[in-house]
Design a protein. Structure first.
Length: 359
């Protein structure tokens, strides 16, 4: 396999081609020689790119979930096809991953939680490298799987201050399970998938971060009626985003029973487990490390508003059914909150504790 420096050698070749082209423009006397050099650099770059890309894909193959899941834009125009190539490129990811991420903020509204209790054996299939599933219940046979859907409020970089108002307010969904790092004891959530209705942040998350497998919706909406009912819908079209729709109405806090009561006890304990979220976590076996996205997401539990489906079949999702089957969800809403992405941090997995070391 190519060494870790191979993608950056390609970057050096690209800069060499650019430098030769600039010299050709500024110095006509050596233009012919510089054009020939630039052409050789470009030829070497494209050949090298194909070799390094193929080699990186062997070490970072496509997976069924997470950031390494295959990415496809719902549109079919040339820019969408270009976005597909960019989003799936291992070389571009290798170039951009080391760059620091600036803190980002958003005034989020209508946060809808759709929560399923699923067998731990099912959820465990989605746990990434280096982490373990948080198991629930007296026998540890359950796990919590949730998807959150909400509308951003001018999602952008914190340093922009009031200029952040120029940024859009897309709809986003996060699909998650709860995990922990067995070496440090740090807990967090792992994103199986995410979706958003605006392409630039989807590509940015895909290329610059390790833990946000952001895809693009074909269509999305969240609407609320005068009686407090909420409808949501997002579709993928020909793309790879998750899909779901739902029609929810306000309700009293439910009395937990059966596996829910075994896992959490009562409503307040369920919220205390489900709502707080300080970080997203993922694992990269090719780097032998755990990545943590540290966030600030203050949500007073007394602001949670219980919801129930308006009727049978009011929540429809092929994506959720593939994980939760026909399980009935528990739903609630948080009216608004202020979200801050603080930093991306990394924890090494020592070779001696790496189950795939030497593989």
């Amino acid at each position: 396999m190519a060494g870790r420096g191979a993608p950056f050698l390609l970057l050096g070749i690209a800069f060499g081609a650019a430098a030769a082209s600039v010299v050709a423009l500024l110095h006509p006397a050596v233009r012919g020689a510089c054009i020939a050099i630039a052409t050789l650099f470009l030829f070497a770059f494209f050949i090298g790119y194909r070799i390094v890309e193929g080699d990186l894909r062997r070490g970072r193959p496509f997976e069924d979930h997470g950031r390494m899941a295959r990415w496809r834009h719902p549109a079919g125009h040339p820019l969408a096809l270009l976005a597909n190539g960019v989003a799936n490129s291992r070389v571009l990811s290798a170039w951009l991953e080391p760059l620091p991420m600036a803190p980002m903020v958003s005034d989020i509204e209508d946060v809808l939680y759709i929560n399923y209790l699923v067998p731990a054996a099912v959820a465990a299939k989605y746990v990434p490298y280096g982490l373990e599933l948080e198991r629930l219940g007296s026998a540890g046979e359950w796990a919590l799987f949730s998807f959150l859907t909400y509308r951003h409020g001018h999602f952008g970089f914190r340093f922009l201050g009031p200029l952040r108002r120029l940024f859009p307010s897309p709809v986003q969904t996060n699909w998650r399970i709860h995990v922990r790092d067995p070496r440090t004891g740090i807990r967090g959530i792992y994103f199986l998938t995410n979706g958003i209705d605006f392409t630039p942040p989807a590509l940015g998350a895909r290329l610059f971060t390790e833990g946000m497998p952001m895809h693009v919706f074909e269509h999305s909406e969240i609407t609320r009626d005068a009686a407090g009912g909420i409808r949501f819908s997002f579709t993928a079209g020909q793309g790879t985003a998750p899909v779901a729709s739902g029609d929810l109405i306000p309700a009293e806090a439910p009395e937990l029973a059966g596996p829910w009561a075994d896992a959490f006890g009562d409503w307040s304990q369920f919220l205390a487990y489900c709502v707080p979220q300080n970080r997203a976590m993922s694992g990269q076996r090719w780097h032998r490390r755990i990545t943590r996205h540290e966030i600030t997401l203050p949500i007073p539990l007394d602001r949670v508003e219980p919801l129930v489906p308006r009727g049978p079949g009011a929540i429809v999702s092929a994506t959720a059914a593939a994980i939760a089957g026909d399980a009935e969800p528990i739903c609630f809403r948080v009216p608004n909150l202020f979200f801050t992405f603080e930093a991306e941090l990394h924890d090494a997995v020592p070779d001696a504790e790496d189950p795939r070391a030497g593989a």
